[in-house]
Design a protein around this ligand. Structure first.
Ligand code: UZR
Ligand code: MG
Length: 249
Protein backbone atom coordinates (compact mmCIF):
# COMPACT_ATOMS: atom_id res chain seq x y z
CA UNK A 1 0.00 0.00 0.00
CA UNK A 2 1.25 3.50 -0.81
CA UNK A 3 2.33 5.52 2.19
CA UNK A 4 0.86 8.89 3.06
CA UNK A 5 4.03 10.62 1.84
CA UNK A 6 4.02 8.81 -1.48
CA UNK A 7 0.45 9.87 -2.07
CA UNK A 8 1.02 13.47 -1.03
CA UNK A 9 4.07 13.77 -3.24
CA UNK A 10 1.96 12.41 -6.11
CA UNK A 11 -0.51 15.06 -5.18
CA UNK A 12 2.04 17.83 -5.57
CA UNK A 13 2.65 16.72 -9.12
CA UNK A 14 -1.05 16.95 -9.76
CA UNK A 15 -1.83 20.25 -8.13
CA UNK A 16 -0.54 22.42 -10.95
CA UNK A 17 -3.12 21.09 -13.41
CA UNK A 18 -5.95 23.57 -13.93
CA UNK A 19 -9.27 22.91 -15.61
CA UNK A 20 -10.98 25.66 -17.57
CA UNK A 21 -14.29 25.81 -15.70
CA UNK A 22 -14.77 25.89 -11.95
CA UNK A 23 -16.51 23.06 -10.12
CA UNK A 24 -19.88 23.42 -8.45
CA UNK A 25 -19.89 23.03 -4.63
CA UNK A 26 -22.95 21.92 -2.68
CA UNK A 27 -22.96 21.83 1.14
CA UNK A 28 -25.29 19.50 3.04
CA UNK A 29 -25.72 19.86 6.81
CA UNK A 30 -28.12 18.35 9.36
CA UNK A 31 -28.11 16.47 12.66
CA UNK A 32 -26.58 13.07 13.19
CA UNK A 33 -28.30 10.29 11.19
CA UNK A 34 -30.60 12.81 9.51
CA UNK A 35 -29.96 11.19 6.13
CA UNK A 36 -27.34 13.58 4.73
CA UNK A 37 -25.42 10.86 2.88
CA UNK A 38 -28.63 9.30 1.56
CA UNK A 39 -29.87 12.65 0.26
CA UNK A 40 -26.52 13.15 -1.54
CA UNK A 41 -26.68 9.63 -2.98
CA UNK A 42 -30.24 10.13 -4.26
CA UNK A 43 -29.45 13.49 -5.85
CA UNK A 44 -26.38 12.02 -7.56
CA UNK A 45 -28.29 8.96 -8.76
CA UNK A 46 -30.99 11.12 -10.34
CA UNK A 47 -28.48 13.55 -11.82
CA UNK A 48 -26.77 10.61 -13.54
CA UNK A 49 -30.02 9.74 -15.27
CA UNK A 50 -30.68 13.18 -16.68
CA UNK A 51 -27.15 14.40 -17.26
CA UNK A 52 -25.78 13.08 -20.52
CA UNK A 53 -22.54 15.08 -20.27
CA UNK A 54 -21.23 12.73 -17.59
CA UNK A 55 -20.08 15.25 -14.99
CA UNK A 56 -17.64 13.88 -12.44
CA UNK A 57 -19.48 14.04 -9.12
CA UNK A 58 -17.99 13.27 -5.68
CA UNK A 59 -19.19 13.28 -2.08
CA UNK A 60 -16.85 14.37 0.65
CA UNK A 61 -17.76 13.92 4.30
CA UNK A 62 -16.82 16.22 7.13
CA UNK A 63 -16.24 13.04 9.16
CA UNK A 64 -13.07 12.48 7.11
CA UNK A 65 -11.69 15.62 8.72
CA UNK A 66 -11.89 14.59 12.36
CA UNK A 67 -8.56 15.61 13.85
CA UNK A 68 -6.07 13.26 15.52
CA UNK A 69 -6.63 12.95 19.26
CA UNK A 70 -3.92 13.13 21.93
CA UNK A 71 -3.52 10.32 24.47
CA UNK A 72 -5.81 11.90 27.03
CA UNK A 73 -8.51 12.57 24.43
CA UNK A 74 -8.22 8.98 23.16
CA UNK A 75 -8.89 7.70 26.68
CA UNK A 76 -11.95 9.93 26.89
CA UNK A 77 -13.13 8.72 23.47
CA UNK A 78 -12.89 5.08 24.54
CA UNK A 79 -15.23 5.87 27.45
CA UNK A 80 -17.61 7.80 25.17
CA UNK A 81 -16.69 11.05 26.87
CA UNK A 82 -14.96 12.86 24.02
CA UNK A 83 -17.21 15.35 22.25
CA UNK A 84 -17.10 14.47 18.53
CA UNK A 85 -20.02 16.79 17.91
CA UNK A 86 -18.13 19.91 18.96
CA UNK A 87 -16.50 22.12 16.27
CA UNK A 88 -13.11 21.63 18.00
CA UNK A 89 -13.16 17.92 17.11
CA UNK A 90 -12.56 18.76 13.45
CA UNK A 91 -9.43 19.71 11.53
CA UNK A 92 -11.09 22.80 10.13
CA UNK A 93 -8.10 24.13 8.20
CA UNK A 94 -7.49 20.77 6.47
CA UNK A 95 -11.12 20.67 5.31
CA UNK A 96 -10.97 24.27 4.15
CA UNK A 97 -7.78 23.57 2.22
CA UNK A 98 -9.31 20.49 0.56
CA UNK A 99 -12.33 22.51 -0.55
CA UNK A 100 -10.11 25.34 -1.77
CA UNK A 101 -8.05 22.87 -3.82
CA UNK A 102 -11.17 21.36 -5.35
CA UNK A 103 -12.74 24.77 -5.98
CA UNK A 104 -9.57 25.74 -7.84
CA UNK A 105 -9.82 22.53 -9.93
CA UNK A 106 -6.80 21.01 -8.22
CA UNK A 107 -6.51 17.47 -6.92
CA UNK A 108 -6.62 16.95 -3.18
CA UNK A 109 -6.07 14.18 -0.65
CA UNK A 110 -9.06 13.41 1.61
CA UNK A 111 -7.97 11.78 4.89
CA UNK A 112 -9.53 8.45 5.94
CA UNK A 113 -11.13 8.28 9.38
CA UNK A 114 -11.79 5.08 11.29
CA UNK A 115 -14.82 5.23 13.63
CA UNK A 116 -13.84 2.13 15.52
CA UNK A 117 -10.30 3.22 16.42
CA UNK A 118 -11.40 6.91 16.42
CA UNK A 119 -8.26 7.79 14.48
CA UNK A 120 -7.08 8.70 11.00
CA UNK A 121 -5.81 5.86 8.88
CA UNK A 122 -2.65 6.06 6.82
CA UNK A 123 -3.03 7.48 3.33
CA UNK A 124 -6.34 8.78 2.10
CA UNK A 125 -8.35 9.17 -1.07
CA UNK A 126 -6.97 11.30 -3.85
CA UNK A 127 -9.75 13.28 -5.52
CA UNK A 128 -8.95 14.49 -8.98
CA UNK A 129 -10.74 17.52 -10.32
CA UNK A 130 -14.43 16.72 -9.89
CA UNK A 131 -17.07 18.89 -11.61
CA UNK A 132 -19.58 18.71 -8.80
CA UNK A 133 -18.70 18.32 -5.10
CA UNK A 134 -21.16 17.45 -2.37
CA UNK A 135 -19.72 18.18 1.10
CA UNK A 136 -21.84 16.69 3.88
CA UNK A 137 -21.52 16.80 7.66
CA UNK A 138 -23.11 17.91 10.92
CA UNK A 139 -21.17 21.19 11.00
CA UNK A 140 -20.52 22.00 7.34
CA UNK A 141 -22.16 25.42 7.76
CA UNK A 142 -20.60 26.20 11.12
CA UNK A 143 -17.30 27.64 9.90
CA UNK A 144 -17.93 30.81 7.91
CA UNK A 145 -15.02 30.38 5.50
CA UNK A 146 -16.21 26.87 4.58
CA UNK A 147 -19.86 27.89 4.46
CA UNK A 148 -19.12 30.75 2.09
CA UNK A 149 -17.54 28.39 -0.43
CA UNK A 150 -20.80 26.62 -1.29
CA UNK A 151 -22.84 27.61 -4.33
CA UNK A 152 -25.83 25.81 -2.83
CA UNK A 153 -26.60 24.92 0.80
CA UNK A 154 -29.05 22.20 1.84
CA UNK A 155 -30.12 21.35 5.41
CA UNK A 156 -31.61 17.92 6.08
CA UNK A 157 -34.24 18.37 8.80
CA UNK A 158 -35.28 14.99 10.22
CA UNK A 159 -37.10 14.55 13.57
CA UNK A 160 -34.83 13.89 16.53
CA UNK A 161 -36.53 10.61 17.48
CA UNK A 162 -36.10 9.24 13.96
CA UNK A 163 -32.46 10.29 14.03
CA UNK A 164 -31.83 8.67 17.41
CA UNK A 165 -33.46 5.41 16.29
CA UNK A 166 -31.21 5.34 13.20
CA UNK A 167 -28.15 6.35 15.14
CA UNK A 168 -28.61 3.47 17.59
CA UNK A 169 -28.97 0.95 14.76
CA UNK A 170 -25.97 2.35 12.88
CA UNK A 171 -23.64 2.58 15.88
CA UNK A 172 -24.45 -1.01 16.94
CA UNK A 173 -24.11 -2.49 13.44
CA UNK A 174 -21.34 -0.43 11.87
CA UNK A 175 -19.37 1.09 14.72
CA UNK A 176 -19.35 -1.74 17.25
CA UNK A 177 -20.89 0.17 20.17
CA UNK A 178 -23.24 -1.02 22.92
CA UNK A 179 -26.63 0.53 23.66
CA UNK A 180 -25.74 2.07 27.01
CA UNK A 181 -22.68 3.78 25.53
CA UNK A 182 -24.70 5.13 22.57
CA UNK A 183 -27.56 6.50 24.66
CA UNK A 184 -25.24 8.04 27.22
CA UNK A 185 -23.19 9.72 24.50
CA UNK A 186 -26.34 10.92 22.77
CA UNK A 187 -27.92 12.56 25.81
CA UNK A 188 -24.76 14.06 27.29
CA UNK A 189 -22.89 15.14 24.13
CA UNK A 190 -24.61 14.59 20.76
CA UNK A 191 -27.97 16.22 21.51
CA UNK A 192 -26.65 19.30 23.38
CA UNK A 193 -24.04 19.91 20.68
CA UNK A 194 -26.69 19.56 17.95
CA UNK A 195 -28.75 22.25 19.66
CA UNK A 196 -25.79 24.53 20.27
CA UNK A 197 -23.77 24.19 17.05
CA UNK A 198 -25.71 22.45 14.28
CA UNK A 199 -29.31 23.61 14.56
CA UNK A 200 -28.41 27.34 14.53
CA UNK A 201 -26.76 26.82 11.10
CA UNK A 202 -30.10 25.88 9.54
CA UNK A 203 -30.66 29.58 8.85
CA UNK A 204 -27.81 29.56 6.33
CA UNK A 205 -29.46 26.90 4.15
CA UNK A 206 -30.94 27.77 0.76
CA UNK A 207 -33.23 24.76 0.98
CA UNK A 208 -34.42 22.88 4.10
CA UNK A 209 -35.40 19.27 3.40
CA UNK A 210 -37.91 17.86 5.90
CA UNK A 211 -37.81 14.04 6.35
CA UNK A 212 -34.50 13.76 4.49
CA UNK A 213 -34.10 11.11 1.81
CA UNK A 214 -37.81 10.17 2.00
CA UNK A 215 -38.71 13.58 0.60
CA UNK A 216 -38.71 12.70 -3.08
CA UNK A 217 -40.46 15.92 -4.13
CA UNK A 218 -37.74 18.09 -2.56
CA UNK A 219 -35.02 15.88 -4.03
CA UNK A 220 -36.63 16.08 -7.50
CA UNK A 221 -36.78 19.88 -7.32
CA UNK A 222 -33.16 20.13 -6.19
CA UNK A 223 -32.01 17.76 -8.96
CA UNK A 224 -33.85 19.83 -11.60
CA UNK A 225 -32.28 23.01 -10.27
CA UNK A 226 -28.74 21.60 -10.18
CA UNK A 227 -29.22 20.21 -13.69
CA UNK A 228 -30.26 23.66 -14.95
CA UNK A 229 -27.26 25.30 -13.30
CA UNK A 230 -24.85 22.76 -14.76
CA UNK A 231 -26.10 22.92 -18.32
CA UNK A 232 -23.17 24.16 -20.40
CA UNK A 233 -25.42 26.48 -22.44
CA UNK A 234 -26.43 28.36 -19.30
CA UNK A 235 -24.25 31.30 -18.46
CA UNK A 236 -25.25 31.40 -14.81
CA UNK A 237 -23.12 28.43 -13.76
CA UNK A 238 -21.19 30.65 -11.38
CA UNK A 239 -23.30 33.75 -11.20
CA UNK A 240 -26.56 32.47 -9.77
CA UNK A 241 -29.61 34.53 -10.79
CA UNK A 242 -30.07 37.77 -8.84
CA UNK A 243 -33.00 37.05 -6.52
CA UNK A 244 -34.24 40.66 -6.33
CA UNK A 245 -34.27 40.83 -10.12
CA UNK A 246 -36.17 37.59 -10.59
CA UNK A 247 -38.72 38.49 -7.91
CA UNK A 248 -39.39 42.10 -8.79
CA UNK A 249 -37.81 42.64 -12.19
P1 UZR B 1 -23.19 11.54 11.04
N1 UZR B 1 -18.68 10.00 15.69
C1 UZR B 1 -18.50 8.91 16.45
O1 UZR B 1 -19.45 8.35 16.96
N2 UZR B 1 -17.23 8.44 16.63
C2 UZR B 1 -16.17 9.03 16.09
O2 UZR B 1 -15.05 8.55 16.27
C3 UZR B 1 -16.37 10.17 15.31
C4 UZR B 1 -17.64 10.62 15.13
C5 UZR B 1 -20.03 10.52 15.50
C6 UZR B 1 -20.16 11.87 16.11
C7 UZR B 1 -21.30 12.53 15.34
N3 UZR B 1 -20.40 11.72 17.46
O3 UZR B 1 -22.49 12.55 16.09
C8 UZR B 1 -21.48 11.63 14.15
N4 UZR B 1 -20.37 11.19 18.42
O4 UZR B 1 -20.39 10.72 14.15
C9 UZR B 1 -21.50 12.40 12.86
N5 UZR B 1 -20.46 10.90 19.53
O5 UZR B 1 -21.75 11.55 11.77
O6 UZR B 1 -23.43 12.94 10.58
O7 UZR B 1 -23.05 10.57 9.90
O8 UZR B 1 -24.18 11.12 12.05
MG1 MG C 1 -22.87 10.50 7.83
Amino acid sequence: MASFNQITSGLQLQTGIERPSKPFLIGIAGGTASGKSSVCAKIIEQLKHIDSDGQKVVIISQDSFYRDLNEEEKKKASKGEFNFDHPDAFDYSRMLQALKDLAASKSTLIPKYNYISCAREEGGDLLEQPDVIFAEGILTFYFKEIRDMFHMKLFVDTDADTRLARRVARDVQERGRDLEHILNQYTTLVKPAFEEFCLPTKKYADVIIPRGADNIVAIDLIVQHIHELLRPSKNHFFSLPDVSESLYG
